[in-house]
Write a protein that binds this ligand. Structure first.
Ligand code: KIV
Ligand code: ZN
Length: 534
């Protein structure tokens, strides 16, 4: 059976979409899980984009063994050099360089002629090859490019030393037959193609990312690029779990093999949800909460008589925990650790202790702790964080016909700071009180509250994104490391915070204080507007 390589870009194309940013430690945690999933390539970031991206690629390159570690670079000298520096220390480094090839992008975005683009591509690949043996070249917006120009530029890239040629459907425009035909066209015309890997990179704007990737595999592509849970720009990238399980389940039609350890799919999906605070839709293929749920009576009856009546793959095959062991306040560290590992959280002793202590606090208020509760606690508490400030106490008064008032006590070093504020609502009052006590001026960019389960005692899981107000003097208030060619408007770094509790006000306060701690620690997740160039 022929092997298809799985190239994961969750930490690059996925992470760059709004609401999914991760700091370098979170990216490292995710990369370790991707290595357990046994993806072939981890694209760890776009090092020129920001100091945070550089640091994340550097960390992953040094720490993660097994998969190839790739870094993205435009076809510019500084991009390639920066990617090479970030990859120092990687066991199997890859530089992934790209340039747009469609008339629309060359004319309006790059303002370059096809001949100039061709030359830039060849030069970038050549330069990348001076640093690493493994170079991938992508023709951005390939599906809206002239196929003969693609043949020319891919041939030039291969002659310059690229061994993987990627054909992105950047704007999710292609249909499966059309995409497959393009792959066949290129394979018939690029000299020496049998020594090269043709890769596909699909986006889901028209809901065809997975179908396009599968059609391309049948047409000869042997690398598929995508993300976990299909996160990514706009409607997202191709969901890797869908491609992998389609190949796994339909061997009769798609006789291809991947190196993926499918039982790590569910833990990887849940880890990403916990790190980003963004859940997948319940009906999402493979990893959605309902993907293996049988509600209708006729379906339940069928499944009870014979599973295969309505189930085309088993929940075990994607690593959905089968053990319904209920965790509660009498559960020990061992049981909590084992369940966390089933959910994708491999914590060190200190992180485990933090999560366990929060688990005990919550278990005191709640009869049983579900997987979702546990993942929320691990996502919010598990990561080591230099805590400069800690919420000691809060109180909020609210009710009909009154202005909500919040008071807080916050520890900063040895000091206990106290303050109170009014607000439009209880959370506004709470956040104003925290701002006032700490003397910070931040903007709440995003607030999300989700229940982890169905009952009245479900945990409230809050995710916030904050950024310093312009001229506030708060750390990170100045633009750093802008990408040449990107927007002139400075984009301030954003930080994320998560908090979980049976009390939604407490969860909100915890999330806010965690985000402020990150801001104070100068969390390098600053994101410059690279979206405009990629
Ligand atoms: O969608 C795209 O074209 C990309 C490239 C940078 C590979 O993400
Ligand atoms: Zn993309």
């Amino acid at each position: 059976m022929e092997r298809v390589r799985i190239f994961d870009t969750t930490l690059r194309d996925g992470e760059q979409s709004p609401g999914f940013s991760m700091n370098p430690e979170e990216k490292l945690q995710m990369a370790r899980q991707l290595a357990r999933l046994q993806v072939d390539v981890i694209e760890a970031g776009f090092p020129i984009a920001s100091p945070g991206d550089f640091e994340a690629v550097r960390l992953v390159a040094r720490e993660v063994r097994g998969p190839i570690i790739a870094a993205l670079a435009r076809a510019h000298k500084t991009d390639v050099e920066t990617a090479a520096r970030a990859l120092e220390g990687a066991e199997r480094p890859r530089i992934h360089t790209f340039i747009a090839t469609s008339p629309i992008h060359m004319e309006h975005k790059l303002r370059k002629s096809p001949a100039e683009v061709l030359e830039m591509a060849a030069k970038a690949v050549e330069l990348a090859r001076r640093y690493v043996d493994d170079v991938e070249f992508s023709a951005e917006d390939a599906t809206r490019s002239d196929p003969d120009f693609l043949v020319q530029i891919f041939t030039a890239a291969a002659e310059a030393g690229a061994t993987t040629l990627n054909v992105p459907d950047t704007v999710g425009y292609a249909t499966p037959e059309e995409y497959a035909a393009l792959i066949r066209y290129l394979r018939e015309r690029i000299p020496g193609v049998e020594r090269l890997t043709i890769s596909v990179h699909t986006h889901d704007d028209l809901g065809m990312a997975t179908a396009n990737a599968l059609a391309a595999i049948e047409a000869g592509a042997r690398q598929v690029e995508g993300t976990i849970n299909g996160i990514g720009e706009r409607a997202g990238n191709c969901a890797l779990e869908e491609v992998v399980m389609a190949l796994h389940t339909r061997q009769d039609r798609l006789p291809f093999q991947t190196g993926i350890e499918t039982t790590q799919i569910y833990p990887t999906s849940r880890l990403l949800v916990a790190l980003t605070g963004v859940d997948v839709q319940p009906n999402k293929a493979i990893v959605g909460a309902n993907a293996f749920a049988h509600e209708a009576g006729i379906h339940q009856d069928g499944v009870l008589k014979e599973r295969s009546t309505y189930e085309i793959m088993t929940p075990q095959s994607i690593g959905l925990p089968q053990n319904r062991l209920v965790l509660g306040k009498h559960s020990g560290r061992h049981a909590v650790r084992v369940r966390l590992e089933e959910l994708g959280f491999h914590l060190d002793a200190e992180e485990l202790e933090r999560v366990y202590q929060r688990f005990l606090e919550v278990a005191d208020r709640k009869k049983s702790i579900t997987d979702a509760d546990l993942a929320a606690l691990a996502g919010a508490e598990g990561r080591p964080l230099e805590e400069q400030v800690e919420l000691v106490h809060f109180q909020v008064s609210t009710g009909t016909g009154m202005d909500p008032v919040a008071s807080v006590r916050i520890r900063r070093g040895e000091e206990i700071l106290r303050g109170a504020a009014r607000g439009d609502g209880p959370i506004d009052a709470l956040y104003r009180a925290i701002d006032q006590v700490l003397g910070v001026e931040v903007e709440l960019v995003h607030y999300q509250l989700q229940a982890t389960g169905e009952g009245r005692d479900a945990l409230g899981q809050v995710t916030v994104r904050l950024r310093p107000r312009v001229n506030s003097g708060a750390p990170g208030g100045e633009e750093e490391g802008a990408v040449e060619g990107a927007s002139a408007t400075p984009s301030l770094p954003e930080v994320m915070g998560h908090g979980s509790s049976t009390d939604i006000l407490e969860a909100s306060a915890r999330a806010y204080v965690q985000a402020i701690n990150r801001l104070l620690a100068g969390d390098p997740r600053s994101r410059t507007p690279v979206e405009e160039v990629v």
